[in-house]
Each structure stands twice: as structure tokens, then as C-alpha cells.
Design a protein around this ligand. Structure first.
Ligand SMILES: Cc1cc2nc3c(=O)[nH]c(=O)nc-3n(C[C@H](O)[C@H](O)[C@H](O)COP(=O)(O)OP(=O)(O)OC[C@H]3O[C@@H](n4cnc5c(N)ncnc54)[C@H](O)[C@@H]3O)c2cc1C
Length: 500
């Protein structure tokens, strides 16, 4: 066979794994048939990194994940291998440079349901491919259907995808492209920042192998505590699966998680499996459900889902916003959650809902700025889930059938951190506060405050608002607008996803 001209390129996006990876499998198989070698590519794109939803913690996680892939590639039992090449440039510039140097024949990637910035970027890439007559093969990701405008068929597609065989690339048959060091040095863009390369033990580590470690420990042990712990800020850190960053950045596919769960419930060797958890599966299903919702209605990154709420005026209060953003509201559970999130990149679902409820209902601030702040904190930031959940918890995704859920921060604190352990860990000003006052430290008598070394208004702030009044006000405002909404059932997540 004559040596074919050109190369193929596999563009990694939010799919940082080597297993169950359909485009990688297809690209390797195409290389075997055509003899065309395959380059593995990841671009840290300056425009995406500058987006207000992103922060250094995301790129550190991605960097760790890519380092893990490269470690695996170097360990392959083949004589000639290559890494995933990392560039710090816009992808269009990298593709242009690669095409000029090698002629790209086919570009392989997963479809991405992302922010406006990556959607626009993909349109530019599509135009580039058209202009240069190169084929861009995109593959469905986690059962999210491209361009689907209704909810019809979503559940069936999820069930089918989860049960299908995993798409395992045979890397021993990969014919890698190795870039010339001089060329790569010139084209790769600036060196990657040092701080991405420092691991932070407070955060979940990136990487496909770490993802499998978390998944194994969850199905082997931690799932036993799952249902009792997921609403609690402290216990959920161990009892939750903690698979969200690995799913968000694609170190795992939803199908791998689903199938590992099925195996744990019904082990192939016939031994006793774990107790099934319908709740866990409903949450895994929600992952793709919410991304599908965003695929259908991506403008919710910037606009209210229902325009009826556009007239709901929210005055900007920078002092209140800053207090919320830095964990200085005077409500211990709110402050503990925010400080913990900033320090570790994670709080559980209920506490995320509480933070948004406090901001948008009690402080009566718009969701956009707060949404950006939270996105920058979550290691697992996933645009589709984040924006749909943000609007859901802010009450503006709701239909006329659903009550607006305004959480009471004191009640949540009493129910989910009754002894105040989580609060004391993240709000050290309250470490000596007696448990009977920990949820409402402003009710502590002056002498007790002195004894506990925590004078309200000095060492720890007095509450910035009175939630009895703000609850009343938010309710009245909301119901004025909510009654104007008519939305179809298929627009809405099931109640089980809202309530937990
Ligand atoms: C305002 C707000 C913003 C959120 N933003 C994100 C986000 O950016 N990225 C993200 O992955 N999750 C987000 N969530 C959902 C949820 O809080 C996290 O997925 C969960 O806390 C992750 O912990 P876990 O992996 O232990 O979850 P588990 O309970 O073990 O669930 C397993 C997996 O299912 C998915 N999942 C769980 N809960 C939900 C849910 N309610 N909706 C959709 N998928 C779910 C996640 O991928 C998770 O890893 C958000 C929730 C709220 C209220």
C-alpha cells in the first residue's frame, strides 16, 4: 500500500480518558485501514480560560488528567508511542498550523454541549473543516442528543446507551504522530503556568486512574452510606460518590459508571451484591438530563428561562454580594459552605441549592454574577447542569405547578449539621460556641459570647439580613410573576431531582 498523505487528529475536549472513548476507537481503526497516523491533541484555549465561569482549579484538574493520560500512553506495550500534545493557543490556530505542516485528513472528537464561547468556537472549527475539505467526525457524549428540541426519546436513548457495550480503543494498534521538537516548541504557545502543576491535597485529583479509584471505593464500600449522607455537608464528602469532576471532565463516561454499578449490584461471580440505590441511578440519569436541557435551551447561560421573570427587579447590593461570596453573612451554615467550597472545590447538592437560594431569594440578588462565582469554585463545573440547576434553585425554571423553594438556613443547619461539626470546621470563629447556639450565634448572651471568644459583630458578623422578613418579601415577589408562566411538563425535571 502507498503511504497515504496527511494525518488524522483526535481532539480531546471534556472527554479526558482512554477507555470507552468512541472517537478514539474510530480514529485508531481508521488509521489501521488507511495507514494514516493519528495525533492526539488538547488545547488550553486562552478565550475559554478567560471566560468568567472558569478558574485556575479547572485547568489544574485538566492538566492532572492529561498528565495521567500521558503516563498511561508511555506505559503502552508498543515500541513507538507519543503523548497527547498540549498547546496553549486557540484551537483554530493550532489546527491551521497542523494542517499547514501535515494536511489533516479527518478530525475526531466528542460533541460538546458547552457554554456560548465553546459553541461559537465549534462553529469556527466547522467552517475551517468545510473550507479545507476535511472531515470532522463528532460522536455523541453521554447520551446527550445533538440539537434535540423536545424531550421525546431522551430517556429511551439514555437507557439504550447505558446498556450498550463500551467503546474500547485498542491502543496497541495506534500509529502515533510524533511532532518535531523544534516545530512543537514554536507552535505550542506559552509554557503552562507552574501553579497548574502543583497538586493541592484539598482538591480531588484529576485523571482517569483516580476516577476509577473513586468509583471502585464507592461501589465497594461508600455507597452503603449514600442515601443517609448525601444531604449532609460533612457526611456527603465521603458518602457521596464524588464522581462529579470525573464525569464533568470526561475521565469517566456515564456508561462506565452505570455498568460498574450494575456489576456491583449483581456481581458476575454470583456473590452477594450491594443494595441497589434508585436514588444514585436517578442522579446519574439527571447528569445527562440537565445537559440535554441545556442543549435545547442554551440561552439560559445568560437569560431567564421564562421571560415573565425579566420584569422581576433585583437591586444590586455589592456589600451583601461580597458577604455571600466570602462567607461573611452571619449565617453559620451559609458561611461554612462558601468557605469550604472555596477551599476544596466541593459542596454537596443540598448545600449548593442553599447557597443559591440564600443569594437569589433572601439577598434578592440576580443569579448571573453568583452563578459565575460558584462555577469558578466547583471543580466539577459542568455548564448544562450548573445553569439549569441555578435557574431551578433560583425559582425561575419552575412551572406554575411547582412551589418556589426558599430554604431557611437555620432549619437546614439544624437538620443537616445538628452538632455544628461542619460549621466549626469551616468557621473557626465559632469553634468554642456551645452547640445550642451554633445555628443562631446571634442569640448567644453577651457573657457566653465572651467566654466562647466570639463576640457577634466583632469576631463573627451579625446576620446581614433577617430571613423571616426576606422570606416573606421573596415569596410575594415571586408569586406575582410565577402565575404568568405556562410551561409544558416535559420542560421540567422530575420532582425527585428537585427535592433531595
Ligand atoms: C446550583 C447547583 C449547581 C450545580 N452545578 C453542578 C455542576 O456544575 N456540575 C455537576 O456535576 N453537578 C452540579 N450540581 C449537581 C450536584 O450538586 C453535584 O453533581 C453533586 O453534588 C456531585 O456530588 P457526587 O458526585 O457525590 O454526586 P452523586 O450524588 O454521587 O451523584 C452521581 C453523579 O450524578 C450527577 N448528579 C448528581 N446530582 C445531580 C443533579 N442534581 N443534577 C444533575 N446531575 C447530578 C453527577 O454527575 C454526580 O457525580 C449542581 C447543583 C446545584 C444545586
Amino acid at each position: 500500500m502507498n503511504k497515504p498523505s496527511g494525518i488524522n487528529v483526535l481532539w480531546f475536549k471534556r472527554d479526558l480518558r482512554l477507555r470507552d472513548h468512541e472517537p478514539l476507537k474510530a480514529a485508531i481503526e481508521a488509521g489501521q485501514q488507511s495507514g494514516r497516523p493519528l495525533l492526539l491533541l488538547y488545547c488550553f484555549e486562552p478565550s475559554v480560560m478567560a471566560d468568567p465561569n472558569y478558574a485556575m482549579r479547572h485547568w489544574r484538574f485538566v492538566y492532572e488528567s492529561l498528565t495521567d493520560l500521558n503516563g498511561q500512553l508511555m506505559d503502552l506495550p508498543i515500541t513507538y508511542t507519543a503523548p497527547v500534545y498540549l498547546f496553549q493557543r486557540e484551537v483554530i490556530d493550532v489546527l491551521t498550523a497542523l494542517h499547514r505542516q501535515f494536511t489533516i485528513h479527518t478530525l475526531y472528537s466528542h460533541q460538546e454541549t458547552g457554554l456560548r464561547i465553546t459553541y461559537d468556537r465549534d462553529k469556527i472549527v466547522a467552517r475551517f473543516c468545510q473550507q479545507h475539505r476535511l472531515d470532522w467526525r463528532e460522536y455523541e457524549s453521554n447520551a446527550v442528543r445533538r440539537g434535540l428540541k423536545t424531550g421525546v426519546g431522551v430517556q429511551a436513548n439514555w437507557d439504550r446507551t447505558m446498556q450498550q457495550c463500551q467503546q474500547q480503543p485498542d491502543l496497541t494498534r495506534w500509529q502515533p504522530v510524533r511532532l518535531l521538537a523544534n516545530w512543537y516548541e514554536v507552535e505550542r504557545g506559552p509554557a503552562l503556568p507552574d501553579d497548574w502543576q502543583q497538586t493541592d491535597p484539598q482538591f480531588q485529583p484529576g485523571g482517569e486512574r483516580n476516577a476509577h479509584r473513586y468509583m471502585t471505593s464507592f461501589f465497594a464500600q461508600r455507597i452503603a452510606q449514600y442515601e443517609n449522607s448525601i444531604s449532609k455537608p460533612l457526611e456527603s464528602r465521603r458518602g457521596g460518590s464524588r464522581l462529579s469532576p470525573y464525569l464533568a471532565w470526561g475521565c469517566l463516561s456515564a456508561r462506565q459508571v452505570y455498568q460498574a454499578y450494575q456489576q456491583a449490584v449483581r456481581p458476575p461471580n454470583g456473590s452477594n451484591g450491594i443494595r441497589p440505590s434508585a436514588l444514585f441511578i436517578s442522579r446519574l440519569r439527571a447528569q445527562s438530563y440537565f445537559i440535554q436541557l441545556f442543549e435545547r435551551d442554551e440561552r439560559i447561560e445568560f437569560e431567564n428561562k421564562h421571560s415573565a421573570f425579566d420584569a422581576l427587579e433585583k437591586q444590586v447590593n455589592p456589600a451583601h454580594f461580597l458577604a455571600w461570596q466570602t462567607g461573611q453573612t452571619g449565617y453559620p451554615l451559609i458561611d461554612a459552605c462558601m468557605r469550604c467550597l472555596i477551599a476544596t472545590g466541593y459542596v454537596n447538592f443540598r448545600m449548593r441549592a442553599l447557597l443559591i437560594s440564600f443569594l437569589t431569594h433572601h439577598l434578592f440578588q440576580h443569579w448571573q454574577e453568583g452563578g459565575w462565582h460558584l462555577a469558578r469554585q466547583y471543580t466539577d463545573f459542568e455548564p448544562g447542569i450548573h445553569y439549569a440547576q441555578l435557574q431551578l434553585q433560583a425559582g425561575i425554571l419552575a412551572s406554575d405547578r411547582q412551589p418556589v423553594r426558599i430554604y431557611n438556613p437555620v432549619k437546614q443547619s439544624q437538620e443537616h449539621d445538628p452538632e455544628g461539626q461542619f460549621i466549626r470546621q469551616w468557621v473557626p470563629e465559632l469553634v468554642a460556641c456551645p452547640t445550642r447556639y451554633i445555628h443562631q450565634p446571634w442569640t448567644m448572651p453577651a457573657l457566653e459570647q465572651q467566654t466562647a471568644g466570639c463576640r457577634i459583630g466583632q469576631e463573627y458578623p451579625a446576620p446581614i439580613i433577617d430571613t423571616k422578613q426576606t422570606y416573606q418579601f421573596a415569596q410575594e415577589q415571586f408569586y406575582k410573576f410565577r402565575n404568568q408562566i405556562t410551561s409544558s411538563r416535559s420542560d421540567l425535571p422530575g420532582d425527585h431531582l428537585v427535592e433531595r
